[in-house]
Design a binder for this molecule. Structure first.
Ligand SMILES: CC(C)(COP(=O)(O)OP(=O)(O)OC[C@H]1O[C@@H](n2cnc3c(N)ncnc32)[C@H](O)[C@@H]1OP(=O)(O)O)[C@@H](O)C(=O)NCCC(=O)NCCS
Length: 322
């Protein structure tokens, strides 16, 4: 029987999390987090979400998402297909990618962006057959805290003492007494995020969206580590702890440009790993663009090991001058 598509409503968030988990079981999607993201879209962003059904059974979750066109001259739009692995079939994937592509093109998108795991041969084949080209790669890493935890706790303590000696204080946001701390952290985030290797423009995040994001159910101020030089935050790192299911994951690590190359990013990331060890977390994951040499180097020296990463694909569907 033919596949049918229906728009997803907020109450489909849990179903979507289940479908995404069934599509890529080694990275489970957290239902609380999916619902939170759906309830808190970024200002100016547009999104379309759909459930694909066959014989009345939900078999896939599909979506398109793009930022404000006024800030994106390239008019790029992300498209997603999450097909339950029990139904995996290249022909079906091609049909679904074509369907979501037509929805994205109807938004007057000019460039489509699609991710797939490098360990998903059917997905890679379907995307290639539709003309999607590999643009970038992200490396995914896992750190076994039951194996490395004791060493990391000792390294975190030593790094803290060393930073202290150099006038850099490592502490959590919950411990930091500064009336303007969120605004300062927002600025650190905004300035550094443009230095993450990327091909497509990174849209400025509104302060209100940053506030919502940092207060997501998977983040806590007492697990958000920062490095301060006086009253200036110069680096940060935090782990995300999914409330229902999934792996603990590094959300973001950064250092202000003028402070790079002094071991501050490594020292602040170490605090998050030592804390996770003390909380009894068994493993943590992180991902980095394949061209992010300093971050890749930090992860290697911390003891992370590689897992299959992601491939970022692009497909031009209209020239930007058209
Ligand atoms: C990535 C980032 C956090 C690193 O900050 P940093 O303060 O320079 O990091 P550290 O000084 O703690 O460590 C950097 C390490 O990388 C090494 N390094 C720097 N450039 C390198 C390169 N091109 N190739 C290999 N290693 C490199 C440094 O020598 C150092 O290692 P060492 O301590 O063994 O000598 C910083 O560049 C940044 O904020 N970038 C933008 C945000 C970002 O990309 N975050 C990661 C998102 S996944």
């Amino acid at each position: 029987m033919a596949v049918t598509y229906r728009p997803a409503v907020l109450d489909d968030a849990e179903l979507a999390a289940d479908l995404m988990t069934a599509a890529y079981p080694c990275l489970p999607s957290d239902l609380v987090m999916v619902r939170y993201r759906w309830q808190n879209p970024r200002q100016g962003y547009e999104v379309g979400r759909f459930v694909a059904e066959r014989d009345g059974d939900p078999i896939a979750f599909l979506a398109w998402l793009h930022g404000p066109w006024a800030e994106l001259p390239d008019r790029h739009c992300e498209v997603e297909v999450w097909l339950d692995r029990a139904r995996l079939d290249v022909g079906l994937l091609v049909e679904m990618w074509s369907w979501i592509e037509s929805q994205a093109v109807a938004q007057d998108s000019h460039l489509l962006l699609a991710y797939s795991g490098e360990d998903e041969p059917e997905m890679l084949e379907a995307l290639a057959s539709l003309g999607y080209q590999r643009e970038r790669a992200a490396k995914l890493w896992e750190l076994d805290l039951s194996q490395h935890g004791a060493r990391l706790v000792a390294e975190a303590k030593a790094a803290r003492e060393q930073m202290d000696g150099g006038g850099i204080r490592l502490l959590t946001v919950a411990e930091w007494r500064d009336g303007d701390k969120l605004r300062k952290l927002y600025e650190l985030n905004e300035r550094t995020v443009q230095d993450v290797p990327h091909s497509l423009p990174i849209v400025t995040e509104a302060f209100e969206d940053f506030e919502k994001r940092i207060h997501s159910p998977d983040r806590r101020d007492d697990r958000w580590w920062i490095a301060c030089d006086g009253d200036r935050p110069v680096a940060m790192s935090y782990l995300k702890f999914p409330p229902v299911r999934g792996t603990v994951w590094t959300g973001y690590t950064c250092a202000a440009r003028e402070y790079r190359g002094r071991g501050i990013a490594r020292a602040v990331k170490l605090q998050t790993l030592a804390q996770a060890t003390e909380l009894g977390v068994p493993t943590v994951r992180t991902d980095n663009d394949a061209e992010n040499a300093p971050m890749l180097h930090i992860n290697e020296t911390l003891g992370y090991v590689r897992r299959p990463g992601w491939v970022e694909h692009h497909k031009r569907v209209k020239t930007s001058s058209a």
